[in-house]
Ligand binder design. Structure first.
Ligand code: NAP
Length: 340
């Protein structure tokens, strides 16, 4: 039976990946850090499984990683742990680098000191943010790095480190993932902020949503599809870099319209820039406002990925459309909202 070690197991992707791997018969070990509140709510579906285990450790503490890896001796490591919020990363730039960049370095140092670097396969959770803004309309594995935020810089370091490690014969994959969402996304991320806020408006629990730049275009997928790609990428003979994307981009404004439509609310927009507002066509109430508070100094305005390589080599195909993703998120947020 294969053993998988997942860092970032309590996060969105870590939880779906745990379900996927435990269903495949893996012995799954997830790294969790000390928290003053229970942070395992996303793991409800596998926490009681016999082949799922939590181990304590922290990406900033090499000795805890050594303890975890030496106890487990995994076949596959999925390095998902991160300070994953792009917008917050300028506020916590050192912390972001410490986890996202040096976390991988520590993990690899541990593997080398245990002399298992030629046995273990590693997945590194890279991101489309490493490409930043560019003239390119659609990014692929050969696109130039142009990070524009501390988050993207930290992830660029880990991406480049992974490439260097391959020269030493270490099996390490860079999964360059475009945004992927789910009902398990925290509401500090814009998609969940929208679905949760819109559901609360529908239920009369909130008056309006306040957002930043709604003209940003993102290539949104579902986390469930992306964890399948992560697993597939470690089942190949050779490690490589892969773009994980849907190839379709949606503006935040269209995402908002689709969410309100799902709730039978016809949202109409008036005004421009910071004065743009969204109205409920039936009641004429303002249900959306724009605020400079949520504008980012540095933001990828347009992102779309070319997933041809992952399709051809891994046989991966994202199956969940953005409309299906929205439907699932809205249904979950309505259910949660009704229990407030
Ligand atoms: P997430 O929900 O924010 O989860 C992050 C995980 O990292 C959590 O389990 C968190 O633990 C853990 N973590 C943070 N700091 C840690 C530390 N010092 N030591 C140990 N664990 C720590 O992220 P996600 O959306 O699942 O994304 C998974 C990975 O893919 C991340 O590396 C992210 O940067 C990358 N990625 C995500 C997307 C996306 O759209 N979701 C796109 C591209 C790349 P706590 O629960 O204790 O906070």
């Amino acid at each position: 039976m294969k053993k998988a070690f997942i860092t970032g197991v309590t996060g969105q992707d870590g939880s779906y990946l745990s379900e996927l791997l435990s269903d495949k018969g893996y012995e799954v070990y997830g790294l969790t850090r000390m928290s003053s509140v229970n942070n395992t709510s996303r793991l409800n579906q596998c926490i009681n499984k016999k082949n799922f285990h939590l181990v304590y450790g922290d990406m900033t503490d090499e000795s805890s990683l050594y303890q975890a890896v030496s106890d487990i001796m995994p076949d596959e490591i999925y390095n998902l742990a991160a300070q994953s919020h792009v917008g917050l990363s300028p506020k916590f730039s050192e912390y972001t680098a410490n986890i996202n960049a040096f976390g991988l370095l520590r993990l690899v140092n541990v593997i080398k000191s245990l002399k298992i670097e030629k046995q273990v396969k590693i997945y590194q959770a890279s991101t489309s943010e490493i490409f930043g803004n560019s003239e390119e309309k659609i990014f692929n594995e050969k696109s130039k790095l142009n990070p524009i935020t501390p988050y993207a810089c930290s992830k660029s370091y880990a991406y480049l480190l992974a490439k260097c490690l391959r020269n030493e014969g270490i099996y390490i994959v860079n999964g360059i993932a475009f945004p992927h969402e789910s009902p398990r996304r925290p509401d500090i991320f814009v998609t969940r902020k929208i679905t949760k806020g819109a559901c609360k408006i529908k239920l009369g629990l909130q008056d309006k949503l306040t957002l930043g730049n709604i003209y940003v275009q993102k290539d949104f997928g579902h986390s469930k599809d992306y964890v399948k790609a992560m697993h597939l990428s470690l089942q190949q003979k050779k490690p490589d870099d892969y773009i994980f994307s849907t190839g379709i981009s949606t503006s935040i404004k269209d995402f908002i319209i689709k969410v309100f439509n799902e709730l039978d609310i016809d949202i109409r927009f008036k005004g421009v820039g910071l004065n743009e507002k969204g109205f409920d066509a039936k009641t004429n109430k303002i249900i959306l406002e724009i605020s400079s508070e949520f504008y980012r100094k540095a933001e990828n305005i347009m992102s779309k990925g070319d997933n041809t390589k992952a399709k051809e080599i891994l046989g991966w195909n994202p199956e969940i459309t953005v409309d299906e993703l929205i439907k699932e998120m809205v249904q979950e947020d309505l259910k949660q909202g009704k229990s407030y």
